[in-house]
Design a protein around this ligand. Structure first.
Ligand code: ADP
Ligand code: MG
Length: 664
């Protein structure tokens, strides 16, 4: 659950107008918008209101249990945390109450009258109009409380914070349209009680049987008991000859509706697949089944249980730099301690959901304690291995699922080489790339498959980075590789260039960018040895173009670090080549645009000695025209590399002049 206290920055209270009792307060514009949308998009999926209110009550009980570890007075004489759902048919109301942490006045204003969470805007934007999907989005985005208005004309919330006096309670009331009122009231017990006056078309929820069904469906795994009144037991038949008993008619008793068992504490063999899936959906707030999961109990010097899930879809903010949640909940001896225990998973596995329940950590563990803790470190490294093992198995046994996984989360895994040196080889095994071996984008290969196709004598893994599949596939750098039948990995994700700066080798073979440094393919078998005549022919050509290359070098001395004859090109006249340790040009430009200071590294221009343009240039007497030729060579090479030209207008002008010269 997120901490909403910052929300008060937007609330009326923070603007200096503490609401007077009974005064009408206005909702934020976003709240109104959200309410309208919810009410309209959920009318055929109304039942989720109960899931959301129970989930809030459960959070409130979790919070209190956690705080009471340090301060047991908070529990007063009422230590058994629970949630009660009740119905008043005559009044047409459903009430959800809990004896959790409760809220004081400021918290009510901040948490219930305002939406300050970063997710809200995305929530509004991601509403699809499909009711099923939208209903499921609500829990994910943490806007659950407002779902009460889907079924209720009027919502009344009475709450008293644990530890506060009975007369410090607050009554919040709203009919949705535009605002709410607040009043100070008395409440005998701590916690929150929410009463919904049901709309005409939501009266079905006055039926206790219907409510039980909804609770079983969505809230079975809530770890606190959810209680409802049972059926009134029939009065015992008076025995023959006796008078009817004079006692009061029997009272119905509260009964627990949910299972409330901590699923992960049960033996694996007793848990059905469906139970794992339901548990995931309830606990991790997802609406789809997970792709796969791993449930482990570890015993010995350390005792803990982990239940780790791989989701099907990435959450909306997975790649949002500021908002990198972590999906692991931490329990200690079955007591919920915290959400988003970021110490338990590295960032590149932040998409993994689930929980860890430790028997060894102290109950009063805090985020600070977790920072530097041997127990946590051990759990973390074992959990990483589990997740990687689970993914490896999926890649092997369910390649289609794995392809879906890679699509959603591959870019996350690519952060691993920079973050987790120890596991980078194992993570790299999971990578999938486009390749020159296949014809289409999206026909990916693993590194192991690439290696299995390597030519005899090939000991390098060749790759190219570009800003799109097309740019990579059509790069002039690929020409010689295509010619010789040597496979090249086509990398076109933004993170690839960065990733490759950390991933130097795999399986003992080093990665080589085909767009950087010198190329030597001579050791590779199948790259036919040149005949002596061919060789002599080539040398003659190279000699012949040497003066032209010198002339080009002089013209382009400000723009290139060198100009040389190429061994990579077969059909293009020129290409740019970066130094072994330089960043690809398209990346350099991207980073510069984003405001980063970079040392400029100039490319080498390689020209193709066998290309007829070189002959034309050789014959060019006019110095100005030669300059134009040289610039055109460089600019087209830059363009083919996905770089932007500094002087694109100049390029166009030169090109047009060349056309006209042809005509002349
Ligand atoms: P979320 O649960 O994701 O935070 P909600 O809209 O469901 O979003 O709830 C908003 C906030 O209202 C909660 O974060 C919590 O601070 C407060 N709240 C709601 N219900 C309760 C409750 N039963 N007890 C205490 N606080 C509550
Ligand atoms: Mg909630």
């Amino acid at each position: 659950m997120s901490d909403n206290t910052e929300a008060s920055a937007n609330s009326n209270a923070a603007e200096g107008q503490t609401p007077v009792d009974g005064e009408k307060m206005v909702f934020q514009a976003e709240v109104n918008q959200l309410l309208q949308l919810m009410i309209h998009s959920l009318y055929s999926n109304k039942e989720i209101f109960l899931r959301e209110l129970i989930s809030n009550s459960s959070d409130a009980c979790d919070k209190l249990r956690f705080e009471s570890i340090e301060n047991s007075d908070l529990l007063e004489s009422d230590p058994d945390l629970r949630i009660i759902v009740s119905v008043d048919e005559d009044a047409g109301t459903v009430t959800v109450s809990d004896n959790g942490i409760g809220m004081n006045r400021d918290e009510v204003i901040a948490n219930i009258g305002t939406i300050a969470k970063s997710g809200t805007k995305q929530f509004l934007e991601s509403l699809t109009g499909d009711q099923k999907t939208d209903a499921k989005l609500i829990g994910q985005f943490g806007v659950g409380f407002y779902s009460a208005f889907v079924v209720a004309d009027s919502v009344q919330l009475v709450t008293r914070k644990a530890g506060d006096a009975a007369d410090a309670a607050v009554l919040w009331q709203s009919e949705a349209s535009g605002g709410y009122t607040l009043a100070s009231v008395e409440k005998a017990s701590r916690g929150t009680e929410i009463t919904l006056t049901l709309k005409e078309d939501a009266k079905e929820f006055l039926n206790a049987y219907r409510l039980r069904g909804v609770i079983k469906k969505y809230s079975d795994h809530i770890t606190f008991p959810i209680m409802m009144l049972g059926d009134v037991p029939p009065a015992p038949e008076p025995a023959e000859g006796e008078d009817a008993p004079a006692e009061e008619p029997q009272q119905a008793e509260l009964e627990q509706v949910n299972d409330a068992s901590a699923l992960w504490t049960r033996p694996k063999s007793s848990i059905k697949e469906e139970e794992y899936q339901d548990f995931y959906k309830q606990v991790c707030n997802d609406y789809e089944n997970p792709l796969t999961w791993s449930h482990n109990r570890v015993e010995g010097s350390q005792e803990y249980t982990s239940l780790l899930y791989i989701p099907k879809k990435a959450p909306f903010d997975l790649y949002d730099g500021n908002h990198q949640r972590n999906g692991i909940k931490l329990f200690v001896q079955r007591v919920f301690i915290m959400d988003e225990a970021e110490k338990l998973m590295p960032r590149y596995l932040r998409f993994v959901r689930g929980l860890v329940d430790s028997n060894d950590l102290p109950l009063n563990v805090s985020r600070e304690i977790l920072q530097d803790n041997k127990i946590i470190d051990a759990i973390r490294s074992a959990s990483i291995k589990r997740v990687l093992g689970m993914l490896e198995k999926m890649a092997e046994k369910q390649p289609e699922d794995y392809a879906g996984f890679w699509d959603e989360f591959g870019a996350c895994l690519k952060e691993a080489p920079g973050e987790d040196f120890a596991n980078k080889e194992q993570v790299a095994k999971l990578y999938r790339f486009d390749t020159s071996h296949h014809d289409k984008a999206g026909e990916l290969t693993s590194l192991d498959d690439y290696i299995s196709r390597m030519k005899v004598g090939q000991d390098k893994l060749y790759y190219i980075t570009a800003d799109s599949y097309q740019a990579a596939k059509n790069s002039p750098h690929l020409e010689i590789f295509r010619d010789k039948g040597i496979e090249v990995l086509l990398m076109h994700d933004r993170v690839d260039e960065w990733m490759m700066s950390y991933l130097n080798e795999y399986d003992g073979k080093s990665f080589v960018s085909i767009a950087k440094g010198d190329l030597d393919l001579s050791a590779i078998e199948g790259v036919e040895k040149e005949s002596d005549e061919d060789k002599a022919e080539k040398e003659k050509k190279a000699e012949a173009v040497a003066p032209t290359i010198e002339r080009i070098k002089t013209v382009l001395s400000d723009n290139t670090s060198d100009v040389r004859a190429s061994t990579r090109l077969t059909s293009s006249p020129a290409c740019v080549v970066m130094g072994q340790h330089d960043m690809a040009l398209h990346m350099q430009q991207l980073l510069k645009q984003a405001g980063h200071e970079l040392p400029s590294s100039k490319p080498v221009l390689e020209v193709n000695p066998t290309h007829p343009i070189l002959d034309l240039m050789d014959k060019e007497q006019d110095d100005d025209r030669f300059k134009d030729w040289a610039h055109l060579l460089l600019d087209q090479a830059l363009l083919a590399d996905g770089a932007q030209l500094e002087d694109s207008a100049g390029f166009v002008k030169r090109m047009n002049e060349m056309f006209l010269a042809l005509k002349a």
